[in-house]
Design a protein around this ligand. Structure first.
Ligand SMILES: Nc1ncnc2c1ncn2[C@@H]1O[C@H](COP(=O)(O)OP(=O)(O)O)[C@@H](O)[C@H]1O
Ligand SMILES: [Mg+2]
Length: 257
């Protein structure tokens, strides 16, 4: 079984990646025959709040457990742990009736532990292989996602608000892609978030950078209020303008069934 589409959402901190990913989760969960895995790749977490998930275990905490055993346990303990790694990763998976959720958590710490990271990545591939779509909130950045979460990304959604800093990050990531410094993706596009009115200059910016415009998600008071009150953006009303705009952006990158 292979995953049909792996989507990563990237951009500068604070531009609205997590809000966008939470709304896209809703759009994707509403599609039929689409087993969905949503991954929070932000070490500080965040998407779990936007989706009201409890998140007790993360891949980072599984990793800590393995490293702990490696440093204190016997060889047998370690072997047992290596055999159980798929099980441990599966335990970190939170299943709801609409989608599954996985938080990466912190993957840093002293030392390299490359072999542990490789084992975890293999286990992640195994566990995630049954899903049709994987959606990643990529606070960690494109390189880290490729290194720690999935080897390939087919669809890269660059989110920015209308600030120069947000747009500079889009330009930077596009530059990395063009120069082969990060693995190429089949589809790349920009989403402008929290837009207020005139989008002419945003269109101009995208043209200059050479990136497709997937759409404009308007500033929306309800989104802001939901986030402020800790309510899940998954449950926005169907006619919410921001949610509708997010659905439109997905139309531009979805694979033909
Ligand atoms: N379209 C929107 N309308 C109103 N507020 C938004 C919108 N998108 C994001 N926000 C708000 O902006 C803030 C930052 O968004 P967040 O998704 O956490 O950014 P990021 O994940 O990129 O750091 C949050 O308070 C969120 O509620
Ligand atoms: Mg975030």
């Amino acid at each position: 079984m292979t995953t049909k589409q792996i989507i990563a959402v990237c951009g500068k901190g604070g531009v609205g990646k997590t809000a966008y990913t939470a709304m896209l989760t809703r759009v994707l969960a509403d599609r039929k025959n689409n087993r969905l895995l949503v991954v929070d790749a932000d070490p500080a977490l965040g998407l779990n709040y936007a989706l009201e998930r409890t998140t007790e275990k993360t891949i980072g905490s599984v990793r800590d457990e393995i490293i702990q055993t490696a440093s204190t346990g016997s060889r047998e303990d370690l072997k047992l742990m290596a055999d159980r790694i798929d099980y441990l990763v599966a335990q970190a998976l939170e299943e709801t009736d609409r989608y599954a959720f996985l938080a990466m958590g912190r993957m840093d710490g002293v030392g390299c532990f490359c072999s542990v990271n490789d084992l975890l990545k293999d286990a992640l591939n195994e566990v995630s292989g049954v899903f049709d779509t994987i959606l990643i909130d990529g606070e960690a950045g494109v390189e880290q996602i490729n290194r720690q979460v999935v080897s390939t990304i087919d669809t890269l959604i660059l989110v920015t608000d209308t600030s120069l800093r947000g747009m500079k990050t889009v330009r930077h990531i596009k530059g990395l892609l063009d120069n082969g410094l990060i693995p190429s993706c089949k589809k790349v596009g920009v989403v402008f978030n929290r837009t207020q009115s005139d989008v002419t200059s945003l269109m101009q910016f995208a043209k200059e950078v050479g990136v497709d415009v997937l759409g404009f998600v308007p500033y929306d008071k309800t989104v802001e209020t939901y986030d402020l009150e800790g309510k899940s953006l998954f449950n926005l009303p169907q006619d919410n303008p921001a949610l509708i705009a997010v659905a439109t952006t997905f139309e531009k990158v979805k694979n033909s069934d």
